[in-house]
Design a protein around this ligand. Structure first.
Ligand SMILES: [Zn+2]
Length: 169
């Protein structure tokens, strides 16, 4: 007999004014990243800002091509995180998006499924980095990255492989 289970998680909702000074600064940095977006086809400009546990930070923005591919803001920020910072683990990701030039948009922007997996790749075992999903008008939702990707395939889901190629117990 299958047993009914429930998966649920909480999140915070408010405005930029409710954030800590560091969170607010990171929101500002994500907004600045958005100004660099190259989105002549979707016209949807996204900025991302990552803060690692060692204090390292990185901006990102989406960049499209005429062939309708490109990179998402979170991916471009992730590519700027260097080895030492990566090893310290992700502390926070801020994502803010809106259609080109729309400063009134109140919709918060969530990372896509692929970007959630990519950010999780830089998450330390046991950590649940905060994801600030923001609007250009200053609304925010804050949730834990692991909560946002339920039943995910985590980097810590597989047993580490030793130098000799055997699975460590
Ligand atoms: Zn994405």
């Amino acid at each position: 007999m299958l047993e009914q289970k429930t998966y649920q998680f909480g999140y915070l909702e408010g405005t930029v004014d409710d954030l800590t000074p560091e969170q607010r600064a990171d929101y500002g940095a994500a907004m600045a990243g958005r100004n660099q977006a190259y989105a002549p086809y979707s016209h949807y400009h996204v900025g991302a800002f990552l803060r690692m546990n060692d204090g390292t930070t990185a901006h990102g923005w989406n960049a499209e091509t005429i062939a309708y591919d490109g990179v998402h803001a979170e991916e471009s920020a992730r590519a700027r995180i260097t080895k030492m910072a990566r090893e310290s683990g992700l502390k926070r990701a801020v994502i803010v998006g809106a259609s080109e030039g729309d400063s009134e948009d109140c919709n918060t922007t969530a990372p896509c499924g692929g970007c959630r997996q990519k950010l999780l790749e830089y998450t330390k075992v046991g950590d649940n980095p905060e994801v600030i999903m923001a609007s250009v008008s200053g609304k925010v939702k804050i949730a834990g990255l692991r909560d946002m990707l339920s039943f995910a395939f985590f980097p810590d889901s597989i047993s580490p492989v030793t130098e000799k190629g055997k699975v460590a117990k």
